[in-house]
Design a protein around this ligand. Sequence first.
Ligand code: PAF
Length: 279
Amino acid sequence: MKIVENVADAFEACMNLTHPVGLVPTMGYLHKGHLALIRQAVKENGSVVVSIFVNPIQFGPDEDFIVYPRDVCNDLKLLKNESVDVVFMPTVEEMYPKGYDTWVYAEQLESTLEGKHRPVHFKGVSTVVTKLFNLVRPSRAYFGQKDYQQLILINQMVIDLNMAVGIVMVPTIRESDGLAVSSRNILMSKEERDASTIVYRALSTGLMLWGNGEYRTNILIPEMLNILSQEPLVTSIDYLNIVDSTTMEDLADATKNGIVLVAAWVGNTRIVDNILLRS
Ligand code: PAF
């Protein structure tokens, strides 16, 4: 496993890899969700590159960039067991040197839902992912279903900018009580962690009602909001919408292709999750 920290070395290391090349972009603090992405990438490609970079430009000024969990030693230890060929872990200065001035953004997709609540977020994500694609030149890149809007936006970016990269969605990995695995889960207190399971319970109830034939979103959404509101540690709900899982447009009737997307605060931690309305 080759570890590279600067752009020139990354470019060179990725030039001689066995094709196809799979890329797993991460912000580190690796967990079993990341390992699922990496294992799928290993299965489907001749080589695998993992990037570890807490990307400052995707955090707003009041967001958690400083406290975002980091543990590079443990990350490298985990990666050594995973048949990864290259780990790219650049510094901020390496990715955004003085004078950096170019951005990539998606006009519609980044203005709704997550984008509405985190105005700079997706511009930062699409910019860093473009840079990683240019450096690594992967055949496929792997993203978790948990950040569903991110995945759809990157997929749209790849189509719009004619990038020759296949975007692969890997299903969300959950703890045994249903909470979606996320690096930020460590930031919760024990009480908040216990309370956080309400998010998946609300989503599962939505899916259960949908499975019983209730497709009207003006019934499904209040049912799920009602469950969330029963937990006192849910301090605020940024959004809970049912949208078309391709266009991300709100649905009045979720007969087909729907997905429930939610972002809710449990104490000071924001839980983002979703569930596809499929049988
Ligand atoms: O999902 C993430 O961890 C990040 O948004 C990504 C895709 C690595 C870009 O920084």
